[in-house]
Design a protein around this ligand. Structure first.
Ligand SMILES: [Zn+2]
Length: 459
């Protein structure tokens, strides 16, 4: 029997161990998509205790606790932090096969030096030890200690980016903290607070005004180091319409009239195409996140708001519309580098083959299949993403892992990914499916862990 999560955790062959320990383990990290708060980085936030760090806003953990029958009072309610930690420890202690089990123990080892096992019996010992260590840890120290060279936060076009500017001016912190352009609210014409949002962007009297204003903001973001944009949606829309038709829909919305679903789709298609062209012109990467259904449990949503652990995988993405959308940009040579992420793993093979249709000599892997994400961010999901990309695309050009997280401890997930990657590549070599070519293997591993992202995002 292998020891529990020792230095060769997830690595079963000599080749896998060699690739991980000699080439992957010590590569720096470019976290090209995350939700860390730039203000907390600038102010170098500290945490009082492990409940704040682990359970403060982590809806992955909230879901697991609810599934284990923990009452809401001990998850998001008014129980004490120590009580909540106890319930968490009892929950995770039995969460066999769940990635949170591995992530939590990787975090305990990496940042707190705790080599034991967390469960209801050890909760007190872990609580005492980790809370003591937290006094020496802070947002910046956690990021630096993780080997992060650059990270891209997720920001609204109306954001002033003042914290990014302050971090950039602070020479005592060497990690690049770059903004990402995420204009979801500008596309959300069907939302009841859309007009309030438009006012945040300034005076907008027409669809043309909106397009111009967003591109002005994009240029400001670029001046602050932005390399990548991001869009979250249920499905990538494609319903082309004339400029006049879209302007009419927009004017009606300015006057308080809601669009019909087909009009909403036309508006979103037009704006997304406009932004796609603007990204291409500036050499930016466009990320498209889709296949999600948000806020399923309305009862919980009314109590806690969004990001409360009540979202799921959706079945909506239309591959045909996605392909038509990409083609509309490609036709005029205005398709930016693009990363596709569907939350539905059943879409993986279709996405990789759509990507293959639009690849070109402009970049290695100009179109990328995003790293296994959210509900797929586990061993099976990562293996599925990696093997589909290798079978139908070009794994060696993959830009690799990102955290997509709000937690400063989540960099342990890069270790998890790297171990799974090296185990997979090692198994192919050991099985005679790929030669034991040191030079090529090193290039593939270092590329996927770090170097491909550095080049792709031009960081
Ligand atoms: Zn995200």
């Amino acid at each position: 029997m292998k020891p529990f999560m020792d230095k060769d955790f997830l690595l079963s062959t000599e080749t896998a161990k060699h690739l991980y320990h000699d080439y992957a383990e010590n590569q720096p990290i470019i976290d090209y998509h995350c939700h860390l708060n730039p203000r907390e980085i600038y102010e170098d936030r500290q945490f009082e205790n492990m409940t704040q760090v682990w359970l403060g806003g982590d809806h992955y953990k909230w879901r697991l606790m609810r599934s284990a029958g923990v009452e809401e009072k001990c998850i998001t309610g008014d129980a004490s932090d120590r009580e909540k930690f106890q319930k968490w420890a009892e929950t995770i202690g039995l969460a066999i096969g769940n990635p949170l089990y591995h992530w939590s123990h990787l975090e305990l080892r990496k940042y707190f030096g705790y080599e034991g096992i967390l469960n209801g019996d050890t909760a007190e010992e872990v609580w005492q030890l980790c809370n003591e260590k937290l006094k020496e840890l802070s947002a910046r120290k956690l990021v630096e200690r993780s080997g992060v060279k650059a990270l891209c936060t997720t920001d609204d076009p109306a954001d002033s980016l003042e914290w990014h500017a302050k971090i950039a001016a602070d020479k005592s912190f060497s990690v690049k903290v770059l903004p990402s352009f995420r204009p979801d609210k500008a596309l959300g014409i069907e939302k009841s607070d859309y007009l309030d949002y438009l006012r945040r962007l300034g005076r907008i009297d027409s669809f043309d005004d909106l397009k111009k204003r967003l591109v002005d903001r994009l240029d400001f973001f670029c001046s602050q180091g932005c390399r990548v944009s991001d869009h979250g949606m249920e499905a990538v829309p494609f319903a082309p319409a004339s400029d006049e038709a879209v302007e009419t829909v927009f004017q009606r919305r300015l006057n308080g009239q809601m669009p019909t679903p087909p009009e909403e789709k036309q508006f979103k298609t037009a704006l997304l195409l406009h932004l796609g062209r603007a990204y291409a012109k500036r050499g930016l990467v466009m990320q498209l996140h889709f296949g999600v259904i948000r806020d399923n449990a309305r009862r919980v949503f009314r109590a806690l708001g969004p990001d409360a652990g009540i979202d799921s995988i959706g079945d909506a993405p239309s591959v045909k519309e996605l392909a038509a959308f990409l083609n509309a940009l490609d036709e005029t040579g205005e398709l930016p580098k693009t990363i596709l992420y569907s939350l539905n793993p059943n879409d993986n093979a279709a996405l990789v083959t759509v990507m293959g249709s639009f690849q070109s000599g402009e970049a290695v892997g100009k179109l990328q299949h995003g790293s296994a994400w959210w509900f797929n961010d586990h061993k099976r999901g990562m293996l599925d993403q990696l093997t589909t990309l290798s079978a139908d695309g070009y794994l060696a050009g993959f830009v690799g892992m990102l955290t997509d997280s709000r937690s400063f401890l989540s960099y342990a997930r890069h270790e998890y990914f790297r171990r799974i990657l090296c185990e997979l590549l090692g198994s192919w070599v050991e099985n005679g499916e790929y030669p034991n070519n040191e030079k090529a293997l090193r290039r593939i591993v270092e590329g996927i862990c770090y170097k491909n992202a550095e080049k792709y995002f031009n960081i």
